[in-house]
Design a protein around this ligand. Structure first.
Ligand SMILES: [Fe+2]
Length: 373
């Protein structure tokens, strides 16, 4: 470490200074002796007889990170008066406490100094030792208070940086957990598709169609993404339906239909305990509700049905029509258009149908390709 200026002690020690500027060297010496008796041991007293030298010293000390807490000045020489010196100190180093020592014929200059230099004290010479001691002790307490506040501020900033770092780590962990949950659900959706060779890829296609429709409807990015991911897991509750029912090729009994119709509620129960997945419950629980209120599980009607579910129903139905099924092969797009037109306002939200038909009519090959994907 470079040698510090005006320092004959260990450079690790606190470096705090009191600077005295006085034209009379014998007064300077008295000031030094008095100040060394009053100030705590960590202070060094610097007596100089020139305001110019005084400014150099303050500049040097502040540049190397040390602190001049108090400057005491008399009126100084006529070519560089003390009031001008204190005015410059106030402009360049506003944190320094300032004491002006005046004599009997210097009242005008003292008033000027009070008005321009933010003086802390103005003492008339000769100053009694008791007044001087009380003044210095009072200003040193203010300096200590300021130093303590600065230390506190530095500590607070440090804690703030630590807290921000911790917050960043928590956010990262939260995102990773959400991703992990989503990957788990995606894996479950794939496992479900794999149970039935005829519906392989169904969840992925429904997710893509639902996302296209949500985007076209002008929904917010957040809702579009919820629609996309919710549609991916819309039939996740079928995990809880016995395979004998789920994969039954023939006609189902009434009890089997009831079991099958429990899959939206079972799906919601799977998602419910995991907070980041709860936002997909509207898609999962209500994707078999009908616009006319004749759907299940709750018989919700029209706009009481969450928009995510109304969109998922369209995407689900479209894929069911245009994909092969155990009991029939895929139907053409024209049949899908006919079905949506026929059942808009009954099974389907008419506005969702209108927008979806727009997509089908404008870009049937694109959607057909996606259907085959
Ligand atoms: Fe379903």
């Amino acid at each position: 470490m470079a040698k510090r200026i005006y320092d004959d002690r260990n450079a690790q020690d606190p470096q705090r200074f009191i600077l005295c500027v006085h034209r009379d060297r014998s007064v300077l010496e008295d000031l030094r002796i008095d100040l060394e008796a009053i100030a705590p041991a960590e202070y060094r007293i610097l007596p100089v007889d020139s305001p110019t030298r005084g400014l150099e010293i303050i500049h040097d000390l502040e540049s190397q990170g040390d602190q001049v807490d108090i400057v005491i000045s008399d009126m100084g020489a006529s070519d560089f008066p003390g009031y001008r010196f204190l005015e410059i100190v106030n402009q360049r180093f506003p944190h320094v406490r300032k004491i002006l020592l005046t004599s009997g014929d210097e009242d005008d200059a003292a008033v000027y100094s009070i008005n321009t230099s933010d003086l802390d004290r103005c003492l008339r010479q000769p100053v009694s030792k008791e007044d001087f001691r009380l003044t210095i002790e009072s200003l040193l307490r203010l300096c200590r208070l300021r130093a303590d506040n600065e230390d506190l501020l530095v500590a607070l900033r440090g804690r703030n940086v630590q807290l921000l770092e911790m917050l960043g780590s928590l956010r990262q962990a939260h995102t990773e957990i959400e991703q992990s949950y989503l990957q788990t659900i995606q894996a479950l959706a794939k496992a479900l598709d794999a149970k039935d060779a005829y519906t392989a890829g169904h969840s992925g296609r429904v997710s893509r169609f639902a996302y296209l429709l949500a985007r076209r409807m002008g929904l917010s990015r957040e809702i579009c993404e919820d629609v996309r991911d919710g549609a991916l897991m819309h039939d996740i509750g079928k995990i809880g339906v016995p395979e004998a029912v789920l994969l039954k090729p023939g006609r189902m009994t009434e009890d089997e239909i009831k079991l099958m119709q429990m899959h939206p509620v079972i799906g919601a129960q799977i998602l419910e305990p995991v907070e980041p997945l709860r936002r997909y419950i509207p898609s999962v629980k209500y994707h078999h509700e009908r616009w006319d209120g004749k759907g299940y599980p709750d018989g919700l009607k029209a706009e009481k049905i969450p928009v995510e579910a109304r969109i998922t129903l369209i995407a689900d139905t479209f894929d069911a029509i245009t994909s092969d099924r155990p009991y029939r092969s895929a139907k053409p797009l024209d049949l899908a258009i006919d079905q949506f037109s026929k059942f808009a306002g009954m099974q389907f939200d008419p506005e969702c149908v209108r927008v979806f038909l727009e997509i089908l009519k404008e870009d049937p090959p694109g959607l057909a390709c996606k259907a085959e994907a």
